[in-house]
Write a protein that binds this ligand. Structure first.
Ligand SMILES: Cc1cc2nc3c(=O)[nH]c(=O)nc-3n(C[C@H](O)[C@H](O)[C@H](O)COP(=O)(O)O)c2cc1C
Length: 147
């Protein structure tokens, strides 16, 4: 990432709500474990600087990613990610401002393999107190089950 990268690290300002964005996309045909490990390493290197946490799911050739953090930072990152040739058909499933508490406060970017993700998502749907969180997670689960 360049020094003039359009992020601002405004995490922690009073009154700032946490923005969260969930999208799915189709991985490039040559996507493999090594490439995914590179993506995760990049994310884990960059995201903490910008107050971004989240979850990346890869399974059956598709990505699901949950990004949460200051709105400007999440949107700047999403622009960068959308332009990444390692995936296409990026569809934003939900994007909201109102969540005050992070779902994944300790994960700079956690990779979840598809065989685990149903259980993780089912648990997260169960645990979600905010109906909007529940809805976004249930949507991810539905997309995943649809194959
Ligand atoms: C599915 C997917 C998810 C990604 N997630 C992140 C992310 O959470 N954080 C990040 O910095 N880059 C992420 N990237 C990588 C960015 O698109 C981009 O390559 C990277 O930010 C550029 O960093 P660099 O200039 O240090 O190489 C992701 C890429 C893909 C394909």
């Amino acid at each position: 990432m360049q020094a003039n990268h359009p992020f601002q690290n405004d995490e922690g300002h009073a009154g700032q709500s946490i923005h969260n964005l969930v999208y799915c996309s189709r991985g490039a045909a040559d996507m493999d474990e090594a490439e995914i490990a590179k993506i995760i390493a990049t994310a884990q290197r960059h995201n903490p600087k910008f107050g971004i946490t989240g979850l990346l799911v890869f399974g059956s050739g598709y990505f699901f990613q949950w990004l949460e953090g200051p709105r400007d930072n999440v949107q700047s990152l999403m622009k960068i990610i959308s332009a990444d040739p390692r995936h296409d058909s990026v569809v934003v499933l939900s994007q909201e401002d109102e969540i005050r508490e992070r779902l994944f406060p300790d994960w700079a970017m956690e990779l979840v393999e598809a065989e685990d993700i149903r259980v993780v998502l089912e648990d997260a749907v169960e645990d979600a107190r905010d109906p909007k969180q529940k809805k976004a997670l249930a949507l991810m689960l539905k997309e995943l089950n649809a194959g």
